[in-house]
Design a binder for this molecule. Sequence first.
Ligand code: BG6
Length: 519
Amino acid sequence: MPGKPLIHASSGSLPEFCDISPERVSMQPFTMVIFGGSGDLSKRKLLPTLYHLCKEDSLPEEYSVIGFASSERTDEEYRELIKKAVQEFGDGQFDIKCWERFSRHLHYISGKFDDENSYKILSGHLEKISKSVKKGPLDVIYYMAVPPAHLRDIFNNLSSCDTCREKYNTRVIVEKPFGRDRSSATELNRMIAKVFEDDRVYRIDHYLGKETVQNILFFRFANSIFEPLWNRRYIDHVQITVAESLGIENRGRFYEKAGVVRDIVQNHMLQLLALVAMEPPIGFEADFIRNEKVKVYDTIRPMDAEYIDSFTVRGQYGNGTINNREVPGFREEKDIPSGSITPTFFAAKLFIDNWRWAGVPFYLRTGKRLAKRVTEISIHFRQPPLKLFSSTCGIREPNLLVLGIQPREKISLHIGVKHPGVGNQLYPVNMNFSYEEDMPGNTHFALPYERLLLDCMKGDRTLFARQDGIEAMWSVVDPIISRWENTPALHFPNYPAGTWGPKEADDIIGRDGRQWRTW
Ligand code: BG6
């Protein structure tokens, strides 16, 4: 038997007999009911993604998408609305033939979330669809694309509408934010549990659908050379940055109540942290991976008021310039009160008190309206025990491993080599892997929602959060949120848009003789 050829990253072609063609799993006919089917999330992400999946031939022959929202409109009017959304927010290649094929599957129910009658209408629709499918049984997916305040009404009505849940193979997708704190998340979980078994619940975090985020586990556990170094003996510290140059767009009302910790830290950031810090799962299955993540959250050092005041930093952006464009400060954004004290920036130093990570600081920072859009994890290795070589090139850390999540999906190992010549100069170079350059033509980056919707249709929960995981993440951030809310910031805004955040963020890492990565 011939050995498997290696992929030569630089050759750009994949080896002949390495079959990595996308998995085609035959799916059941399904109906997706989108509560909030004409809202922002539906228009920007969900419907353009479903259209894209149809274009890629990834959907089964028989499926329906039902938008459920309060405005009065006909199926035709709904299709027109969604057509515009797909043209504006889709993949940029609108194809009228595909659209016509897709739009035939789109329907609309004008209903009120708290009105029993609307659910009877929905039952009627499902009944009709189910009778017409040739290859039963029908999978029904309820997508909660609504603000959290509507969830109680929807779940209550679904619970008393038996045909909505018992007759079919049902699943429910719940969007973040999942609660406002641990106790409301527990309450929400209890409410959902009255209607759906936990294995029917898909708690979505779109970061987990990103190709490069999934790659973290592959990188760590499919390559035996890194894992032996992945601990306190070799790693000096870890940095995680989720920097956005965008502001709050049109989401002032939501953001004013949420703030950066609920919006990004409790979910996206802690997911990244868990993937970097977790122990190897005993298998690549949803529950094995989720078990390990929860252990990470449970071992993050608890933060009391004194710790929070010393090792976390909050900020709010004022006006400034990004890409040569003047942008308003947070307090001047639509729906934001002029005296708002909502934080848009977060930085912190955390410790994970377990055998692997004892004493290794994890520095986290995220914010809106920062200088650049960058999501990156960097692993900073310790200095060699003896300094044999000198450098005039300013190498501080010869070994640094960078996992670039976005906008450039890459992995880069920084090493020191001898500079050619008579001297003994150490010189920094990088060993790079980039999806774009090393697998040209082979990198179809599934949009996060594309992957996650398909997984839910197939019943694969690996990339979705589990109830205890969500609650454990809230336990990490709850003390920070309440400390910040109980001691309002007096100095906001404290960083101009287009910068890297308040000066105090540099201090929490600078005091330890380290510095943030810069780009
Ligand atoms: C969302 C947040 O979950 O993630 C937004 O609510 C944020 O505020 C967005 O802008 C960032 O996602 P991405 O994929 O652009 O990094």
